[in-house]
Ligand binder design. Structure first.
Ligand code: GLP
Length: 239
């Protein structure tokens, strides 16, 4: 695990955007799996500001997770987030985007088909991750099975309460989500983990200090991956 400590959120976002750009220069047809949340937003903003210099027209994108039964027109939907913050500014074509969705009435076949596509391309070339305060990655909650494919998860109480800030008072906060599983995480060729802010200090310290791979702390599995870069800002590092 290669850890890069940076001054602040803005420096983390610039560096992450630079590594994203380098990935595309190295392999224009890269398959990139993208997260949502406050952490990667600055990276997407930086990428969008550099639209003139970055060519994404041959790349393929995979959405990492999504709330179950939340329409993609809802502004809290992760499909909505990635459309607005990355795909639309870059004018990506429909066929470049792999959408993970679980609408009302969906069945497991939909999730199996997502895995089939990930397998067909031989895994992501680049997987960008954030981390939850409880150590979850994507929506793989504590106690997740490490051999899982794309699946439906019941969200932990902490995650539901962390995410409540995005929903207005009269809106129900989703309790279930679909997510890529640990199999897809571990088959990625390169992983970039972004950690920012004082609310993530506990998770970051636990990650770098854990000597055991522990399903109660999902991010611990990253110690078994050969190519993980962590960009952490001072607030999260505790410096
Ligand atoms: C959600 C997402 C994760 C993300 C985490 C942290 O649970 N499913 O992929 O890493 O939130 O989000 P934030 O970056 O907003 O702290």
């Amino acid at each position: 695990m290669h850890i890069i400590k940076v001054r602040d959120y803005s420096q983390m976002s610039s560096l992450a955007a630079q590594l994203f750009q380098e990935q595309l220069q190295e392999k224009p047809g890269s398959a990139i799996c993208c997260p949502t949340g406050s952490t990667p937003l600055g990276t997407y903003e930086t990428l969008c500001a550099k639209r003139e210099d970055i060519n994404m027209s041959s790349a393929y994108f995979f959405n990492m997770d999504e709330y179950a039964r939340l329409d993609e027109s809802n502004k809290n939907s992760f499909n909505y987030f990635l459309d607005r913050n990355l795909y639309e500014p870059y004018n990506l074509r429909k066929e470049q985007i792999n959408r993970l969705q679980y609408p009302e009435g969906a069945t497991v076949e939909l999730l199996e088909a997502y895995d089939a596509t990930i397998n067909e391309i031989g895994g992501f070339d680049l997987l960008i991750l954030g981390i939850g305060a409880d150590g979850h990655i994507a929506f793989n909650m504590p106690a997740s099975v490490f051999s899982s494919g794309t699946h439906l998860e019941k969200l932990s109480k902490q995650t539901i309460s962390d995410n409540a800030r995005h929903f207005s008072q009269d809106e129900p906060i989703p309790e279930y989500a679909v997510t890529i599983g640990m199999k897809a995480v571990m088959s990625a060729k390169k992983i970039l983990l972004l950690v920012s802010g004082a609310t993530k200090t506990g998770a970051f310290k636990k990650l770098i200090n854990c000597s055991d791979i522990d399903p109660q702390f999902p991010a611990s599995i990253l110690h078994l991956h050969k190519n993980v870069t962590v960009i952490v800002d001072c607030a999260a590092y505790g410096c």
